[in-house]
Ligand binder design. Structure first.
Ligand code: ADP
Length: 373
């Protein structure tokens, strides 16, 4: 938009007509003061500024504009009756583009100049935007790099922990075996197996991340019974806890089209988190419901919960709630993988949570999607 500043309304009228005829949108001000107010509020590509005005004259307006960071680069065309002021203008307004037209205005020259300045302004804008975008991109990359470094350090630690335990249990079982204590040998071997399972899951998650990243996560979809899947997942998770009771409500006996192994992975992940983040609680409730050809499943725990402002980030890669990250082991990738699996099943997902009372993680997938109908 072009701003015309002139104290004489008849001048404004003819200039406005002329510019509008050439498809420019135009705003007007009849004094320097009014112009400054408008410049602060709106965005202009060019200002056509009458030099001789009562009150603030054109030079004073230009000088004031040069002090506004938002407007200092707007090109100005001065309109003046006397040519000798030209030198002063160039001196007073060194920043943005400036030019000068003597009155009476030659319409062809004015339009020519207006077009040039308009183009100049647009190019400057594009350049500024590109610069901003580049800056943002650099910031995002820097943050991602930092996150990756942190992740590598956490991941190494997470892998080291079960390895150290395995080493310890194997030594203990060797000793128990030397003492012919079969009972203890069995116990230590079982514990070794649990730690190996942990290690296996960690490595599987890390592989999943790289598969997601390279777009190579494959899904083998077929029709399966959800009740069987759920029972299986609960059996697997029960082996890792003796403190929690896992209850299932609703109806899960339904045939679903999807990747059974991957959907089971989601349930196991939700359940493992529910157990991990509710160490003081005794119960976990699974709710399954079928509605409008979709299956909704939720896993509710009575644990530490998640602060409201953190809930929106919880499915992001590497995200962990900082306040509790030292208390609980984890990599911050489980839910990210769940989200990816659910998206690839045309699913939705989310969490309802109250810090201190617990969390309910849910997902919703079509029972039989269009491929099977
Ligand atoms: P991890 O548990 O390995 O850190 P996840 O991706 O499974 O990674 O979870 C991301 C984060 O979400 C966790 O670090 C934790 O802060 C939070 N979170 C997940 N599930 C729960 C839950 N049931 N209760 C409270 N916080 C949870």
């Amino acid at each position: 938009m072009i701003l015309i500043v002139d104290d004489k309304s008849e001048n404004i009228f003819s200039l406005k007509k002329l510019l509008e005829y050439h498809n420019f949108s135009v705003d007007t001000a009849t004094s320097g003061e009014e112009a400054l107010k408008k410049i602060l509020k709106n965005v202009y590509a060019l200002i056509i500024l009458d030099v001789q005005m009562p009150g603030m004259d054109g030079f004073e307006v230009a000088e004031a504009i040069s002090g506004y960071s938002k407007a200092k680069d707007i090109p100005i065309i001065f309109l003046s009756a006397v040519n000798k002021e030209k030198q002063f203008i160039t001196k007073g307004y060194a920043s943005g583009g400036i030019d000068y037209i003597t009155k009476p205005v030659d319409p062809d020259i004015l339009i020519l100049k207006a077009k040039t300045f308009y183009r100049l302004y647009e190019q400057t804008q594009q350049l500024t935007n590109a610069k901003e975008k580049l800056k943002e991109e650099i910031e995002i990359r820097k943050a991602a790099e930092k996150k990756k470094d942190e992740f590598i350090s956490i991941a190494s630690h997470e892998l080291k922990t079960p390895l150290t335990s395995i080493k310890g249990y194997l030594q203990l079982s060797e000793r128990a075996l030397d003492n012919k204590n079969i009972e203890n040998t069995k116990k230590y071997i079982q514990r070794t197996q649990l730690q190996l399972e942990k290690l296996n899951n960690l490595v599987a998650d890390l592989l999943d991340i790289s598969k997601i990243e390279s777009g190579k996560m494959k899904f083998n979809k077929a029709i399966f019974n959800f009740q069987n899947l759920l029972n299986n997942a609960i059996d697997i998770v029960r082996q890792t806890t003796n403190g929690h009771k896992i209850t299932v409500n609703g109806s899960a006996n339904v045939e679903v089209y999807g990747d059974e192994v991957r959907i089971e992975q989601v349930i196991i992940n939700y359940l493992t988190n529910a157990l991990k983040y509710s160490p003081e609680a005794e119960e976990i409730i699974i709710e399954a419901d079928i509605k409008d050809d979709r299956l909704k499943v939720s896993v509710k725990d009575f644990g530490i919960g998640i602060p409201p402002e953190k809930q929106k980030n919880i499915f992001e890669k590497f995200y962990r709630v900082e306040e509790t990250s030292n208390r609980f082991q984890g990599l911050g990738i489980g839910l990210y993988i769940c989200a990816e699996i659910l998206k690839r099943h045309q699913g939705t997902y989310g969490v309802n949570s109250d810090p201190g009372s617990g969390s309910e993680f849910y997902f919703n997938i079509p029972i039989l999607n269009s491929n099977t109908k």
